[in-house]
Write a protein that binds this ligand. Structure first.
Ligand SMILES: [Zn+2]
Length: 162
């Protein structure tokens, strides 16, 4: 069994980020991702003062944020946090990668550092990066996460979309 990951509490998020989580229905992510969420809100809130997060959870090992802001810059900040989560341990925030179970094996995908991965998860091998990694489509335009500059930049579509 994978380790239980300590969770962020909705009450804490509501007091740390006044207004942003007032209509949130569901938050289920580990405490290691708080810096990513803080960075997202610090960028997005000045661009969209009515920013509202409805839901946050982990999907396929990565952070997913539901926020229907119409402001492009705020949406790019959201997808940037989601993309970066595939490098950040959901427990402690240290460098990590998504631990994917081998084919045929039923287990959760989790993004964990070596310390927080179980011996089983550590045996599953190294980071895999799919062809869609780092890409996001926002309002019909493609963007790609530039790791060196830590920004989303306008991009050609990924190869399979061309
Ligand atoms: Zn860790």
């Amino acid at each position: 069994m994978p380790n239980e990951i300590p969770r962020l509490k909705l009450d804490d998020l509501q007091s740390d980020f006044p207004g942003v989580f007032d209509s949130a229905k569901y938050v289920d992510v580990g405490i290691g991702w708080l810096p990513l969420i803080r960075e997202f809100i610090a960028t997005a809130l000045p661009l969209d003062p009515s920013l509202s997060v409805m839901e946050m959870k982990q999907k396929w090992g990565c952070l997913r944020i539901w926020s229907d802001t119409p402001v492009i810059g705020a949406r790019l900040a959201k997808v940037k946090a989601e993309i970066k989560s595939s490098y950040v341990c959901e427990v402690c925030g240290e460098p990590a990668f998504v631990r994917r179970p081998p084919p045929g094996r039923y287990a959760w995908w989790q993004c964990l550092c070596d310390e927080h991965a179980s011996p089983d998860q550590r045996s599953w091998g190294t980071r895999l990066q799919g062809p869609m990694y780092g890409y996001a489509q926002v309002e019909g335009s493609w963007y790609r996460y530039d790791e060196d500059a830590d920004v989303m930049v306008p991009s050609e579509p990924p190869a399979r979309w061309r």
